[in-house]
Ligand binder design. Structure first.
Ligand code: CO8
Length: 297
């Protein structure tokens, strides 16, 4: 009971606590925190399963934006769990890669926008997790990298595909082949993140961004995300047809009817105000007369 009251005071109206993943809902925004700070939030099979379960449980009609972050001050996610991977066979390696890819693809195609609030190391699978989100913002202390080849493996949770799509082929190949990490300012420069914030402000900035998104039409945002995702890799003539279909689907929805009606009603009010002002013109005329009189003097 005490803890429920405490959570309500923090604005948290619903929460799930698994061993390595924490999930909290604050009105219509939810925060999923990878909570394994002793291993810098590294992703083992259990963490991936828990993320998957939480995603499955989210009511995307009620929750408008999901924020993903890491527990603690040092790390978003420091990669896939190296201890778990160290003894995998070829078949198990491919299975582990598929497990991560399935979860990350679920995030990428999640009906609502997902923001990665990257609060420290985003290495290997951590950088890949961030790249599966729609929007990435990070703290000044964030470090990004794909160190896999240094461990004798390729990136395996989507890094060979999403990094090049985000930052271009040349920069992606350089990051992957050299296995060198980059700092937040460089990540911003190459377009890997949209913004860099002081670490103590990061989560609030993520919430502000989420709130701005949540003010807009829920259905329109879902359809926009789907149109962008589905059309992105297609030839433009086909992609544009996806837009046409999803654009059409927005019509006659409650939000479209309501939001357009509101705009038009506000427009009428604006018009009435303008008309009221123009009726005040005699005042201006008097000013004009005064000016004329002064000229004559
Ligand atoms: N896996 C497992 N444990 C980790 C990981 C990891 N990726 N990263 C950190 N830890 C653990 C450390 O082992 C350590 O645990 P303990 O205290 O029990 O020894 C604890 O976290 C703290 O780490 P450090 O003591 O190393 O902390 P430092 O501040 O000295 O260094 C670093 C921080 C630089 C982040 C360092 O921990 C590091 O280099 N970590 C590994 C980063 C890395 O290489 N990540 C990529 C892994 S590969 C990957 O992600 C592939 C994804 C695709 C998989 C495809 C499936 C086949």
């Amino acid at each position: 009971m005490k803890s429920t009251i405490f959570l309500l005071c923090l604005g948290i109206i619903f929460s799930i606590q698994a061993e390595f993943v924490k999930y909290e809902e604050e009105t219509d925004i939810a925060i999923l925190t990878i909570n394994r700070p002793r291993a810098l939030n590294a992703l083992n099979s259990q963490v991936l399963d828990e993320i998957d379960k939480v995603l499955e449980s989210i009511d995307t009609e009620k929750i408008r934006v999901l924020i993903i972050t890491g527990e603690g001050q040092r790390s978003f996610v420091a990669g896939a769990d190296i201890a778990e991977m160290s003894t995998l066979t070829k078949v198990q390696g491919a299975e582990f890669s598929k497990k991560g890819n399935d979860v990350f693809r679920k995030i990428e195609t999640f009906p609502i926008p997902v923001i990665a609030a990257i609060n420290g190391y985003a290495l290997g699978g951590g950088c890949e997790l961030a790249m599966s989100c729609d929007i990435r913002i990070c703290s000044e202390n964030a470090i990004f990298g794909q160190p896999e080849v240094g461990l004798g493996i390729t990136p395996g949770f989507g890094g060979t595909q999403r990094l090049a799509r985000l930052v271009g082929l040349g920069m992606a190949k350089q990051m992957i082949f050299t296995a060198q990490n980059i700092r937040s300012d460089e990540a911003y420069r190459i377009g890997l993140v949209n913004a860099v914030h002081p670490k103590e402000e990061l989560l609030n900035e993520a919430k502000k961004l989420a709130t701005t998104i949540a003010k807009n039409g829920a259905n329109a945002i879902k359809n926009s995300k789907k149109a962008i995702n589905d059309g992105y890799q297609m030839e433009i003539d086909k992609a544009i047809q996806i837009e046409e279909q999803l654009f059409g689907e927005c019509f006659q929805s409650d939000e479209q009817v309501e939001r357009m009606k509101n705009f038009l009603e506000k427009g009428k009010k604006r018009q009435t105000k303008k008309e009221d002002k123009s009726e005040e013109k005699p005042k201006n005329l008097r000013t004009e007369e005064k000016k004329e009189a002064e000229k004559e003097k």
